[in-house]
Design a binder for this molecule. Structure first.
Ligand SMILES: Cc1cc2nc3c(=O)[nH]c(=O)nc-3n(C[C@H](O)[C@H](O)[C@H](O)COP(=O)(O)OP(=O)(O)OC[C@H]3O[C@@H](n4cnc5c(N)ncnc54)[C@H](O)[C@@H]3O)c2cc1C
Length: 396
């Protein structure tokens, strides 16, 4: 396990105090109750973090980032989740922010990064298309040069949070080359431009935070391209590695496992006593807890050195399976309180199940949503291909 140095212990205590004292209590209360957070909740949460200088978690100091060591970042993430604080919306802060900082022009850094830190602009990630998901390099979304502009045409799909976002970063084909990974550029567009339409997609857990976005002759200046033309495959992969590592959520897994024990302590078990004393439940719980401890140890080891794409892929699979196992146990604990899909308003719970605690519907929604982790950020099969390619390369 991570043995904290004296400085790291001091840092952890400062983070803990911040969430207890200086962070918006209404956000913690809603999150703890399993309710969906509004955009305003996220703005309040992110502004509190930014006021403390703690929003730009993966950014260098020169552009307003924390400049934290991997261990500090890990401690922060864990304390945020243990405190039931809102997850930082990743598309701007975790995904594109570090790419703008590393590969963007000075003008782009000046225009875009402060707006992200001040939560004046939210971003969406335009990678996937109807015929290009796992095989992302087959994308057909086009950017055709016209003087000092690009004309964008095509469809992006499964775009998380686009209904909230002000900007989108898109992988776009700017030329056809021998290798399909070449000729792709990273181009950004404000989502309110003429020719852009956003269509929500309703998911199995009842949410509609995913979208399909149509681009019909949308004109953006060439200065909206990050980095060199045709070279975005490299930037896209740097971003994807950061994205896959951001799914670890060790703090929330610990929190959810503790919550399961607490809930089980309230439920009668077959043969008397409460469910938390039931040997079958204890064994299932201990198995997931042991798996989580092993993942945490692996992550901590990985943080000590440069993390390869294959390591990020292996960690993504392990974290996905662990998250899904926790939600499966949640369904067992929810038992008769399992309710069909509901939105997470108190009124819905009260109307649908006056005698139950909110745990049941939250458990069902978490179970349903966690199925998607096998797919988003690159499916489990695709992660296995990445690991295989790395092992095959080493064997040569
Ligand atoms: C909740 C959620 C949020 C998302 N958010 C975003 C977002 O914000 N922005 C964005 O751009 N995208 C987003 N995505 C899209 C996501 O990245 C894609 O769904 C994912 O890359 C898979 O692509 P696909 O859906 O086209 O499936 P396909 O690529 O069509 O895959 C279908 C199945 O075939 C398997 N498969 C495909 N190729 C191979 C292979 N070579 N070897 C073995 N098996 C293979 C896959 O594992 C999968 O099981 C999101 C998806 C979800 C579910």
């Amino acid at each position: 396990m991570l043995k904290l140095t004296a400085e790291e212990t001091e840092f952890r205590d400062a983070v803990r105090t911040f969430f207890a004292r200086d962070y918006p209590a209404h956000v913690i209360a809603r999150n703890k109750a399993g309710q969906r957070l509004t955009k305003q909740d996220h703005i309040d949460a992110q502004r509190a973090l930014n006021a403390r200088g703690w929003l730009g978690v993966g950014w260098p100091r020169e552009v307003g980032g924390t400049g934290w060591t991997p261990a500090e970042r890990y401690i922060f993430d864990q304390e945020l989740e243990l405190a039931h604080a809102a997850a930082i919306i990743p598309m701007a802060v975790i995904y594109i922010g570090p790419i703008i900082a590393a590969f963007g022009s000075d003008q782009q850094k000046a225009d875009w990064l402060p707006a992200i830190l001040e939560s004046r602009s939210f971003w969406a990630q335009g990678y996937s298309e109807p015929e290009a998901g796992s095989d992302l390099a087959s994308l057909r979304f086009s950017a055709v040069r016209d003087g000092d502009d690009y004309i964008l045409n095509g469809t992006k799909i499964w775009t998380s949070g686009a209904q909230w976002a002000d900007w989108i970063f898109c992988l776009a084909r700017t030329s056809r080359e021998e290798r399909k990974q070449q000729g792709i550029s990273l181009i950004c567009a404000p989502l309110d431009l003429p020719g852009i339409s956003v269509h929500p997609i309703r998911l199995i857990d009842g949410s509609d935070e995913l979208n399909r976005i149509e681009f019909d002759n949308v004109r953006v200046p060439v200065t909206n391209r990050i980095g060199d033309e045709g070279q975005a495959w490299h930037y896209a992969n740097v971003l994807l590695k950061n994205e896959r590592l951001s799914y670890a959520h060790i703090g929330s897994k610990k929190r959810d496992l503790a919550k399961l024990l607490e809930e089980a302590g309230r439920l009668p078990a077959n043969g008397g006593g409460t469910m938390d004393r039931d040997p079958a439940f204890r064994l299932a719980h201990a198995r997931v807890a042991a798996r989580l401890a092993a993942i945490e140890a692996s992550i901590l080891r990985a943080l000590r050195s440069e993390i390869s794409m294959a390591t990020a892929a292996a960690l993504k699979i392990a974290c996905t399976e662990c998250a899904q196992a926790i939600t499966e146990l949640g369904i067992d604990v929810a038992g008769r309180n399992r309710l069909p899909m509901l939105d997470r308003g108190e009124a819905d719970w009260a109307a649908a199940a006056p005698a139950t605690t909110p745990f049941g519907p939250v458990a069902v929604q978490s179970y349903l949503f966690e199925r998607a982790q096998t797919i988003y950020g690159g499916s489990t099969e695709v992660q296995k291909n990445i690991i295989w390619r790395s092992l095959a390369g080493m064997a040569r």
